[in-house]
Design a protein around this ligand. Structure first.
Ligand code: SAH
Ligand code: SF4
Length: 407
């Protein structure tokens, strides 16, 4: 049964338009110091505010007990403590997966998913949070529920960071700590890169959230200029590339951004990243029955990645309402993996988590938005079948890249 939580009593009612007050967790520490000084307060108060933001005990500005009451009120006039305060949580997989649906101050819906992995031989327990960087997504991958929703807006820095703070608070209540953050929720992180980099800086900073860079993964559908920017930053974060297909004709259909940055350019940028950082790039492949799981596709992928510092994750597709597609059968996925392994490419088959609560990105938000008509769904399915049949024959379409992307 869904569990509703509201943690921030400072926040005005949602749905009344976007709250103009920035979230505290998205501010540079120096901005807080400047505000405190301008308020005529001693600078050490800034540390007390920071302790409240980055600790796990406090849920609202009103509860910052170290601050004078009048200062708390002034702080709450200018800032929000939690920008994802209105959160609904659904638990599945016998408590191992927790899906959170966040309603932002303007009513936009985004999701995060917390996954618990118990300790195993030689392996400590992990608690991984998958977060969103945008409400909706402009890339429009047809197998993705977020892609079908279209693009609503970029998230603010604090809206990204606060998904993490919320999960950390929930974990801390059980004496546990968040170990990994992955940008694999809604949105294309490299199309909101400035905000994503600010969020990552806050998460990584030992004086703020303090999560090691290696424990932060940024996933992209292949925004090549953004990938180059990440590489230039140095050996920081793990890069994951949503590959899905090695042949342009098919990847044009599965990841429409491919028409702007074709697969060879994406792989070249990923190879340069691996070389510059010495870190393996992961490639994600959503396995769709009869669409991208053929031997031909496995061999094309093997040719593309052979000799690269790469790790491939094969993930059975979570069914989404508007497509006729389903996950590939497990034997097919195993055969695909074997062909990659034969040429020395490390390949893992991932089991999908939280399917029954819609843990693929965007599924819960899609459920809550207006249902498309049966005719619209039928038309969309027909178009996808035609497009994938043409792609399997190797034909590239002449459609332009998605609107607003990569200009
Ligand atoms: N936009 C970025 C990050 C968010 S999507 C990207 O595409 O990389 C995160 C991952 O979820 C991607 O690898 C995407 O391909 C995968 N995904 C989306 N819909 C899915 C579905 N229905 N089943 C399985 N994986 C899916
Ligand atoms: Fe956007 Fe990623 Fe979904 Fe594609 S898979 S539509 S890039 S969120």
């Amino acid at each position: 049964m869904p569990l509703s939580m509201t943690t921030d009593r400072d926040l005005p009612m949602a749905g009344t338009g976007r709250d103009p007050r920035p979230g505290l967790s998205g501010l540079e520490p120096s901005t807080i110091v400047e505000w405190i000084v301008a308020a005529g307060e001693p600078a050490y108060r800034a540390r007390q505010v920071a302790d409240g933001i980055w600790g796990t005990e406090v849920g609202a500005i009103a509860d910052l007990a170290t601050l004078p009451v009048a200062l708390r009120s002034r702080l709450a006039e200018d800032f929000r403590f939690d920008t994802v305060a209105e959160t609904e949580i659904r638990v599945s997989d016998a408590g191992q997966t927790e899906k959170a649906l966040h309603r932002l101050s303007d009513g936009a819906l985004v999701e995060s998913v917390l996954m618990h992995y118990p300790a195993g031989p030689g392996r400590r327990e992990r608690h991984t949070l998958c977060i969103s960087s945008q409400a909706g997504c402009a890339v429009g991958c047809p197998f993705c529920a977020t892609g079908e929703l279209g693009f609503t807006r970029d998230l603010e820095t604090a809206e990204i960071v606060d998904q993490v703070r919320g999960a950390a608070r929930r974990l801390a209540a059980d004496g546990r700590r968040l170990t990994n953050v992955v940008f694999m929720g809604m949105g294309e992180p490299l199309l909101n890169l400035d905000r994503v980099l600010e969020a990552v800086a806050a998460l990584n900073d030992p004086a703020r959230f303090g999560l090691g860079a290696r424990h932060i993964t940024i996933s992209t559908s292949g925004v090549v200029p953004g990938m180059r920017r990440l590489t230039a930053l140095g050996p920081q974060f793990t890069l994951a590339v949503s590959l899905h297909a090695a042949r342009d004709a098919l990847r044009d259909v599965l990841v429409p951004l491919n028409r702007r940055w074709p697969v060879a350019e994406v792989i070249e940028a990923a190879r340069a990243h691996a070389e510059a950082t010495g870190r393996r790039v992961s490639y994600e492949v959503t396995m769709i029955g009869g669409v991208n799981d053929t031997d031909l596709d496995a061999d094309a992928m093997a040719d593309l990645l052979r000799g690269h510092l790469a790790h491939v994750n094969l993930i059975p597709m979570n069914p989404v309402a508007h497509t006729p597609w389903r996950a590939s059968p497990m034997e097919r996925i195993e055969a695909f993996a074997e062909r990659l392994r034969m040429v020395g490419i490390q390949t893992t088959i991932r089991r999908n988590r939280g399917q029954e609560i819609g843990a693929a990105c965007g599924q819960l938000a899609a459920e809550r938005s207006a249902e498309p008509t049966a005719t619209a769904v039928a038309r969309r399915r027909r178009l996808l079948v035609d497009a994938s049949v043409a792609a399997l024959r190797g034909e590239r379409s002449r459609e332009p890249s998605p609107a607003g992307v990569g200009d």
